[in-house]
Design a binder for this molecule. Structure first.
Ligand code: SAM
Length: 276
């Protein structure tokens, strides 16, 4: 890679993760409960009129951001530097070995990891591959407990901060000057969008949907399209038991024995060596 491209990719990793501002504290708006005293209500009204909010000052932690184990207030991706490095390593291997196919992430939040995929394509002058950006853009589905026991009691769907609109994600691509017609959006629940998506071949799959159902929908609909030599990355393997179970169930069912490699405390990946 040319030096200017190397510098571009490295700088992008720092900006997408917000790591370049790690030395400064962030100011996190304090959530007030539903039940408020009259005094609190008066104070909040007073602040609102003046466009003020109460914030908690939080110091950022370098190590946690590196491994994506914090909730980054301003970053365009939750995943830390190590997982971005992993995307780049897989991508390099794909290019060197001419592995056919597009790149996809299922579960994109603010879009950062897919923006990074698009930047890698651009920096390497790859004009024939799409980046697929799959998400409800409304957060996670409530658990379907009858069908997926492993998701019983899952509360991700209650988390509003995981619901980022498609317009915001498109704006995020635009602000890096990386939105074009080779970035394809799949809006809706994975169970509805992935089976009918017009994806032909994939070289890189990144599953980041947290739950058993979301992970299984990705595996069932996409793994058969992954080229031999391509990579599959599972973001929540260490962090979410349901996700890990979905991967184990799928691997057992299809006799997948490729070695699972750790990226950090939660994410893993493997390289597809044979068709299933
Ligand atoms: C943890 S966030 C993804 C983080 C992101 N990869 C990043 O780089 O920061 C999980 C995302 O998955 C999406 N999601 C989870 N399950 C889904 C499903 N079944 N269908 C559609 N979207 C889903 C949520 O809307 C959310 O944006």
């Amino acid at each position: 890679m040319e030096l200017s491209n190397r510098l571009y990719i490295d700088l992008l990793k720092l900006t997408l993760t917000d790591y370049h501002r790690i030395t400064y504290p962030v100011f996190e708006p304090v959530k007030t409960g539903k039940k408020k005293s009259i005094r609190t209500k008066i104070i909040l009204r007073y602040l609102k009129k003046r466009n003020l909010v109460i914030c908690k000052r939080r110091l950022q932690d370098k190590e946690l951001r590196e491994i994506g184990k914090d909730y980054p207030l301003h970053a365009d991706t939750m995943i830390g530097l190590r997982r971005l490095n992993n995307i780049e390593d897989c991508f390099k291997d794909i290019l060197e070995n001419n592995i056919e196919g597009d790149l996809i992430e299922t579960g994109v939040w603010r879009g950062g990891a897919t923006i990074f995929m698009k930047a890698l394509l651009k920096a390497n002058n790859c004009k024939n591959r799409n980046v697929w950006v799959a998400d409800s853009f409304e957060g996670l589905p409530p658990p379907n407990e009858d069908k997926y026991k492993a998701d019983k009691g899952d509360t991700h769907y209650l988390n509003d901060s995981l619901a980022i609109s498609i317009d915001t994600v498109k704006e995020n691509f635009k602000k890096y000057n990386l939105l074009d017609d080779k970035v394809k959006f799949l809006k809706g629940w994975f169970k509805d969008t992935l089976p009918k998506a017009s994806i032909k071949k994939l070289a890189l799959i990144r599953l980041d949907g947290d739950m058993y159902e979301s992970t299984m929908d990705g595996l069932v609909n996409l793994y058969k399209k992954l080229s031999v030599g391509g990579f599959i990355i599972i973001d929540d393997y260490g962090a979410v038991e349901g996700c890990r179970k979905a991967v184990q169930d799928f691997r057992n069912e299809h006799g997948i024995t490729e070695e699972i490699k750790e990226i950090d405390w939660t994410a893993v990946f493997w390289q597809k060596k044979k068709e299933i």
